[in-house]
Every structure is written in structure tokens, then in C-alpha cells.
Design a protein around this ligand. Structure first.
Ligand code: NDP
Length: 455
């Protein structure tokens, strides 16, 4: 196990909100030995002491349930290094020593290539891992160029492209449920499933992150990476193992089978929108265009919906609907498989059989199977719902990811070709939107969002 973690960009939002609580969870679970050390790299002129105080304050805010002792341990096992991460000479003090390290790039994507180059020049020990946050480039060409530069410096096994959705237990549960249950495999195809909805609707608005979000938007922030990964897990052929190659090979097959969108079809298959002012949970929410730091003329979408079809023996004839939005009226985060109706219903005059739906709730975690059962009188029908209870996850998603990185387990890493194929899928959509072939609709904050695309 790697015993030294360097977080590059350690004074940023991701570190505060996710990485430090993840480290605290790993300490709490006894996963990090006494010799574990965190090297925090940032541009602030801080001492070890300033950083440690900041760590404790962030954990107080973002890891409320963990014991104070654990929070103090995270702070105490850290040291702070002021450095420009793109400067090899200042990175020498970070990588120094014969032991491998894990370098986690919690940096703006524009700095990724320079930081990896500097780490390499500074001389990382064999066995070191470089973990990169999303987005992997901001378009297909950038992703290809970034991958080219990474592969000229490190082997693919030393690169970990992070998508934290893959480490969520609710997402892992999709894999387990479909691959470990004989009853599902024969019906996991277009003969039985008419539509798959992959939805990440948030009530959260911008949360002060205009600097990042306004240059990105819903399609690139969530749909291009997280939702396409979910699509891959639902649609892939069963892999031979969950080893990194087997899983990535099957995911790439799915991405390559997605029928490319033709520009003239874009308005039929995609929609985009931006929220106007409204109310969420009794609180007034300003229009996106009026939020601090937003440039309204960029016309950044806060909602994206895309319908995709797959040209593959298993899935031709099934619609995959991917949708995500901010400042919506309710949190709805799920993968829902809609089954076709039974070919003949003997109960024709005594009620309607709802098509079955298998819903995987992503946050909070749930699995619900919507069936049709008997109604209050003999020969009638009524909805019947089967639910499941879950044990609480042992580790939050980012803690699981850090553990995988520190143990050099790349099962959950996004492989270079996956990252590129995902960009290939959305490139025609980005083209159509930039040419204004799809209108930018509006929806009130707190509403259900724009009307769904017709199936
Ligand atoms: P922030 O802007 O909050 O943090 C970036 C950090 O990188 C800052 O500490 C910044 O320092 C530092 N930095 C930038 N350039 C350099 C440099 N040359 N040398 C040293 N430090 C540098 O961004 P986030 O933490 O929000 O995001 C980081 C990454 O994580 C991004 O790739 C983002 O897409 C991804 N991500 C973020 C999520 C989140 O919720 N925040 C969720 C999922 C992914 P300074 O303040 O001095 O500029």
C-alpha cells in the first residue's frame, strides 16, 4: 500500500468537501497505518500549523459525524508545501524519497498536463500513482492531447482517472444486482426493456461555484462523464471479471455502440435549459443569469436531456434517456428500467397493468421493483411495490476511491479510451448547441424543469 498521499490543490473546494472527509473516514476505519502521511500542496503562503487548523475547520464543517480524535489525526499527519505544481523544482520536495507516492490532482483541468509533467521531472519513485479529477479535457481534442501527454510520461496502470460515481455503493449495486442474479439476465435487453432513464436532478443551485460551472454547464459537468458511465454499467455485456481491462473493454463497447447524433436531429433528441428565479424549499432562488460570477451571454445550460440509441444486438430498440439539472423542485437521482407490457392481459376489463419498472435510487440508495398485483376484489389489478433495505455503506465514495488509489487498484479508473469515447458521444451535441440548432429553454427554479423529450 502506498503510504504517502500528495494532494495538489490542497486548499481548494474538492479537498475541503470530499478528500479530507474521505481521509478522515479511512483513518476511522483503520485503513491507514501509523506511518501514513499527507503532503498538502497549494499556493497559499501557509505553514504546517495554518494548514492543520484549516483541515480541522473543514472537517468540522464537512465531516460532522466523525469523532474529533480522527479529525485531529488527519490534521496531525499532514504537512503543507507551498509550491507551483507546474514547476518541477518546487515539486522535488513533494515527491522526494525512494517510496512511491499517490499524487491526487485536485486542480483546475488547465493545470493537469503541466502538473503531471512537473511530477515526472521531479522524479516520482516507481509504483507511484497519478490521480486526475474530471473533466479529462474540455472536449475530444483536449482529451486526446491530455492522454497523449500522460501516456508519454506514465504507463496507463499508473494513471487513475477519477469518476466518483463509480465508487458509490448505489452504483456498485447496479452491477451486483444485474450480474449476480440469474432472474434478471434473460430479460436485460431490448426485447423486454423499452426505456432506461438515467437521471441526476438536483435541488442544489450554483453553490457559489460560478467560476467553474459557468464555463462548463450541465452536459459537460454531469452527463458527459457520470451519466455516460452509468449508461455503460447498465448496457454493457457481462464482463469476464471486474478486473480493470475486462470492465473497461465492455464499457468502451457500449460507448462505441451509441448511434452518433446527426445535427439535423439534435432538436428531437436533445434539450437544454437554464433556470430563472423561483423558490426551492421556501427559499427564494435568483435566476442563474443573475448569480454572482455568471456571464449570462455565455448561455450556459443548467439542465440537459439527451436520448440515445445503441446499435447492438442487446439494445437496438431501447431508448436511453439521460437527464440532469440544477435548482429543480426535487432531488431525483436514479436509474430506472421500464419494461414492456405483457403481450396479453387476461384482466382486460378489470384494471390496467402498469408496465414494470426497476428503479435503482442513487442518492439515497434504494432498489424498488414496481409490479402489478391483485386489486381489492378478485380479478382486479393494483400496483404492487417491492422495496429493499440497505446496510449503511462502510466508506463514502471518495474514501473508497482513495483506498483504491493507495492500493493501486485501478478497477474504478476511467481508461484513456473510455474518456475519449465519452467525448466522442457528446461532440455532435455540443456542435448542435453551439450552432443554436437547439433552443435554450427556461425553467423556474423549484419547478420540474422543461417538458421531457418525446420518446
Ligand atoms: P478550486 O478552484 O476550489 O481548487 C483548485 C486548487 O488548485 C486551489 O487550491 C488552487 O490554488 C490550486 N491551484 C491552481 N493552480 C495551481 C498551481 N499552479 N499550483 C498550485 N496550486 C494550484 O477547484 P475544486 O477544488 O472545486 O476542483 C478541483 C478539481 O476537482 C477540478 O478538476 C474539478 O473539476 C474537480 N471536481 C471538483 C468537485 C467539487 O465539488 N469541488 C467535484 C468533482 C470534481 P489557488 O486557490 O491558489 O488558485
Amino acid at each position: 500500500m502506498i503510504r504517502k498521499l500528495a494532494i495538489l490543490g490542497a486548499t481548494g473546494d474538492l479537498t475541503a468537501r470530499y478528500l479530507l472527509p474521505a481521509l478522515a473516514a479511512l483513518h476511522c476505519a483503520g485503513e491507514l497505518g501509523d506511518d501514513f502521511q499527507l503532503v498538502a500542496v497549494g499556493r497559499e503562503d501557509w505553514t504546517d500549523e495554518t494548514f492543520r487548523k484549516w483541515v480541522e475547520a473543514q472537517l468540522e464543517r464537512h465531516a460532522t459525524k466523525l469523532p474529533a480524535k480522527v479529525k485531529r489525526t488527519v490534521a496531525a499527519t499532514s504537512r503543507y508545501q507551498r509550491a507551483d505544481v507546474t514547476d518541477p523544482s518546487s515539486m522535488t520536495a513533494v515527491v522526494h524519497g525512494p517510496e512511491p507516492l499517490a499524487a491526487y490532482l485536485a486542480l483546475p483541468p488547465s493545470v493537469f498536463a503541466g502538473a503531471v509533467q512537473a511530477l515526472h521531472r521531479a522524479g516520482t519513485a516507481p509504483g507511484s500513482i497519478v490521480a486526475l479529477e474530471k473533466p479529462f479535457g474540455e472536449n475530444l481534442d483536449e482529451a486526446i492531447e491530455l492522454n497523449r501527454r500522460l501516456s508519454s510520461l506514465y504507463p496507463e496502470q499508473a494513471i487513475f482517472r477519477v469518476d466518483h460515481f463509480l465508487a458509490m455503493t448505489s452504483v456498485q449495486n447496479i452491477l451486483a444486482t444485474r450480474l449476480a442474479n440469474r432472474v434478471l439476465e434473460p430479460i436485460w435487453n431490448s426485447a423486454h426493456i423499452s426505456r432506461v432513464d438515467i437521471v441526476w436532478d438536483e435541488t442544489l443551485g450554483l453553490e457559489g461555484r460560478a467560476g467553474y460551472y459557468d464555463g462548463v454547464g450541465a452536459l459537460k459537468d454531469v452527463l458527459q462523464n457520470h451519466l455516460l458511465q452509468l449508461l455503460c454499467l447498465v448496457a454493457m455485456e457481462p464482463p469476464i471479471s471486474l478486473g480493470d481491462c475486462d470492465l473497461s473493454d465492455r464499457k468502451v463497447d457500449v460507448l462505441r455502440s451509441i448511434r452518433p447524433l446527426r445535427l439535423e436531429e439534435a432538436a428531437h433528441w436533445t434539450s437544454r435549459a437554464r433556470y430563472t428565479g423561483g423558490q426551492i424549499g421556501g427559499q427564494a432562488v435568483p435566476a442563474y443569469a443573475e448569480e454572482d460570477g455568471v456571464e449570462p451571454e455565455r448561455r450556459t445550460e443548467t439542465f440537459a436531456e439527451v436520448q440515445l440509441e445503441l446499435d447492438s444486438p442487446r439494445w437496438t430498440g431501447t431508448i436511453f434517456r439521460l437527464r440532469t439539472g440544477k435548482a429543480l423542485g426535487r432531488d431525483q437521482k436514479e436509474v430506472a428500467l421500464h419494461f414492456r407490457p405483457v403481450p396479453h392481459l387476461a384482466f382486460a376489463h378489470h384494471g390496467k397493468a402498469q408496465p414494470n419498472v426497476l428503479r435503482f435510487g442513487l442518492e439515497p440508495e434504494s432498489v424498488v421493483l414496481e409490479l402489478t398485483g391483485t386489486g381489492p376484489r378478485t380479478g382486479t389489478l393494483a400496483p404492487l411495490t417491492l422495496g429493499a433495505d440497505f446496510a449503511a455503506a462502510e466508506l463514502p465514495a471518495y474514501a473508497q476511491l482513495l483506498l483504491d488509489i493507495l492500493t493501486s487498484n485501478s478497477t474504478l479508473s476511467i481508461r484513456a479510451d473510455e474518456a475519449e469515447e465519452s467525448w466522442r458521444v457528446v461532440t455532435p451535441i455540443l456542435d448542435a448547441w453551439s450552432k443554436n440548432l437547439v433552443p435554450l429553454q427556461e425553467y423556474a427554479a423549484g419547478s420540474d424543469g422543461p417538458p421531457p423529450l418525446p420518446s
